[in-house]
Design a protein around this ligand. Sequence first.
Ligand code: ADP
Ligand code: ZN
Length: 433
Amino acid sequence: MKDLAAVERVSRAELTRLQLGRLQECVARAAARVPLYRERLRQAGASANDIRSLDDLKRLPFTAKSDFRDTYPFGMLAVPMDEIVRIHASSGTTGKPTVVAYTRGDLQTWSEVMARTVMAGGVGPGDVVQNAYGYGLFTGGLGFHYGAELVGAAVIPISGGFTERQLLALRDFGSTVLCATPSYGLHLAEAVEEAGIDPKTLKLRVGFFGAEPWTEGMRRALESRLNLMALNTYGISEVMGPGVSVECSERRGMHVAEDHFLAEIVDPATLQPVARGVQGELVITTLTKEALPLIRYRTRDLTSMDPEPCACGRVLVRIGRITGRTDDMLIIRGVNVYPSQVEHALTQVAGVEPHYLLVIRRADMLDSLEVRVEATAAVAAAGPDAMRGIAAQAKRKLHEVIGLTADVDVVPPKTIERSIGKAKRVEDLRPRD
Ligand code: ADP
Ligand code: ZN
């Protein structure tokens, strides 16, 4: 089998050459086959012929989620329907789901980038991969499935949920790899504890967690409670699904599969590139997609980019944790708050679990934020005074991190609804105006 990951270790010059050729082709194809791109490029006065270096990317127009909505369901496709062999949709976290489609070639590319994703955690033949991402329209399940099969691991297509069955597989099938959203991973960790299973007796070695924002605090919890190395993986349906970016075992940012996806970080207000290391919106141009080429697609995800070489030897740039999306930013009493900041604060408070919900209300024109968070079993057993004490601590920590006074409600264990896919962290009860 060819070494799928060889491209991750070529020189920067060689990678740039590859990217440039692919970019020119992608833009030419998009212009020739998709009316939206033809029109957009015409308006911007840009064409594939103008692209002489990667820097010329800046001259190309942006695309956004609204373009998918305006051309729903198939208007962005660059191939006729008889070349499509798979259809997926985004989770619809922020509204109507986006429909995405793949040619046979796209599925091959996707399997390869997913193979590289699991290889970043050392997965190969002999591994047993418990794939607890949802199978179905969501790209997570089948994405990991094909990648893990391609490297020769044994895949358990268990999907999300059915926690009892997950425990059975963990124990009896000897799963060495877990793929799940971090919130569901934590739920499984609890179930393992409740069943009286010592995680050290399980064979888990590495977990691939993604599809929703999470924090270093959450990583520590997953690593210690499941006795594995937790790697962050990022993907987005419009671009491909999972497989866009993954951490190596250095765990200092996620390497972007740059031979297929060209990443930029721009200021979401001015759309100008930000200086290196500065937070902004991740913009991705696909280099090899056949069915759904994307030019400068605004992901709405906020992160920063680190082009410094990584100790692992990969040439690929790294993006930092996704700290939020431009559309999950809450404005509460004029202060910008991301749910992940709340998680960051809560994971620094001993005595609570990272199961939480933000409830925002408005009364007399004034917004209030309630943060509901679960006590650990020990704190709950110690009684109401202990819970109040922890609430006061959490309130101080939250104020320090988000600059807002929140009402903290420390609730008994297992009282906040568990998700099997992406966790719901916000209940915004303010009237829409
Ligand atoms: P949506 O959730 O928008 O309906 P998708 O199902 O395609 O669409 O999920 C992609 C989104 O999930 C990304 O845009 C990002 O917001 C989020 N996401 C994926 N991976 C991560 C990650 N590792 N960390 C934080 N957020 C992530
Ligand atoms: Zn690395």
